[in-house]
Design a protein around this ligand. Structure first.
Ligand code: ACO
Length: 385
């Protein structure tokens, strides 16, 4: 046994911190064996059926369902903070049209911190104002970048539309069908929170330094962008197009397994059964297809899910939240590279809940490491290297 592996064994080093508790939290709960997800104890299926995205955010952030008056006040504040400053729009004009919208969003979220006073973190009014601003403005920034990269002016938010309907309106300049707006709102609810995933961990680490909430969200957006996390939904659609037909599914899966290639939209660090959000999203996709027509890749997706379960089910690899979300978003007319920014719009609710929870009992994150390098190494002059 080398020294490094001995130390590794002593400290029980877990790559990816798998199974290591990073915090105590009462925000959400996952049972990956039974396929259970709860926000503040309420099953996700019940929220998806009865709640709205903003009510769910209130629940996540303040820990209880709001009364009618509390919800109305919260919605009202968010509705009237949707506009973004001209200077942010001017900044966005300098972004390259070819840039990924997640990079644009990360820059915009961080830029908000330039405009709003910093770090009155013990003031509930400051916390509330930051929550309202971030929930209200992030969708406007995503939609504005979409318009600007096509060479158009951003579409101003409409105060008469609800949260989700307004976002879809800002993307297309058309008032969305009520079913489309409701389905989109449910998608946001499903993506709002999911215990200690990579971006939430990133949010909590950043929050623990007592920096401002815009930096917290910006760091979480950067973490969500990767293809092993939020970026997978975009890659699922590329993969479905690459597979192309139902007949190609089985050879594709076999090829991936032989070459140890990950199949996007499958597998999860926690779920060892089908992700409950994937089941809800599949039902939503079918509702949209009934009204607006079937997606040409839906049959490929269903066959892929079947073959992956058959070949990899024994390892606990099943469809995750990202598998069906792309099909839903595409049916709503959303371009593929906005799927992950939409995930971010939703997850702002969860990140803010964790920001608030972290502040309530803060200790700066400062884990340790197992050093595997050398000691007392000589400094070799440059001409001798
Ligand atoms: N396709 C094929 N095999 C897989 C997949 C997959 N999608 N996921 C895991 N496996 C296999 C691995 O090859 C490995 O096999 P082995 O034990 O024979 O070597 C085993 O299952 C364990 O996989 P790990 O990568 O070690 O599992 P981990 O918990 O680290 O990874 C992750 C989870 C990153 C989500 C992984 O399943 C993956 O990369 N999936 C594809 C990307 C994806 O869909 N990401 C979205 C996740 S949901 C979200 O972030 C919102």
């Amino acid at each position: 046994m080398t020294v490094a592996s001995e130390i590794k064994a002593t400290f029980e080093f877990k790559p990816g911190l798998e199974g290591v508790p990073a915090t105590m939290s009462s925000i959400s709960f996952v049972d990956g064996q039974k396929g259970i997800l709860e926000y503040r104890g309420i099953p996700i299926q019940e929220l998806a059926e009865k709640s709205t995205f903003l009510e769910t955010c209130y629940l996540l952030i303040w820990g209880e369902l709001p009364t009618k008056q509390e919800l109305e006040a919260f919605e009202h504040e968010i509705r009237y903070h949707r506009r973004i400053k001209y200077r942010i729009r001017d900044m966005m004009k300098c972004f390259p049209e070819s840039g990924h919208p997640m990079d644009a969003l990360q820059a915009c979220a961080a830029a908000l911190g330039l405009f709003y006073s910093r770090r009155a973190l013990d003031d509930p009014a400051y916390i509330r104002a930051a929550v309202v601003r971030l929930l209200a403005k992030i969708p406007t920034m995503v939609a504005a970048f979409q318009m600007m990269r096509k060479g158009n002016d951003p579409i101003q938010p409409r105060d008469d539309l609800d949260y989700s309907a307004n976002f879809l309106y800002m993307l297309t300049e058309q008032e969305p069908d009520p079913l489309a707006a409701r389905v989109f709102d449910i998608c946001l609810m499903l993506h709002a929170e999911h215990t200690m995933n990579a971006s939430t961990f990133s949010a909590r680490v950043t929050a623990s330094t007592l920096t401002d909430p815009y930096a917290v969200v910006a760091s979480a957006v950067g973490t969500l962008a990767g293809p092993l996390h939020g970026g997978a939904n975009e890659e699922v659609m590329t993969m479905l197009a690459e597979i192309g037909t139902v007949e190609n599914v089985r050879p594709y899966v076999e090829h991936c397994i032989q070459n140890k290639k990950k199949i996007m939209g499958f597998g999860h660090r926690v779920y060892k059964v089908k992700d409950p959000r994937a089941t809800i999203l599949q039902n939503l996709a079918e509702k949209l297809f009934e009204k607006f027509g079937r997606d040409k890749y839906y049959d490929v997706a269903v066959e892929l899910e079947k073959v992956v379960a058959e070949k990899l089910g024994h390892k606990g690899i099943y469809a995750n939240v990202d598998f069906y979300s792309g099909l839903v978003y595409r049916k709503l007319g959303i371009p593929d590279d906005l799927f992950t920014p939409i995930f971010a719009i939703a997850r702002v609710g969860g990140w803010l809940a964790h920001w608030k929870e972290q502040l309530a009992e803060n200790r700066i994150y400062r884990p340790t490491q197992i050093y595997t390098g050398s000691h007392q190494a000589p400094y070799v002059p440059i001409e001798e290297r």
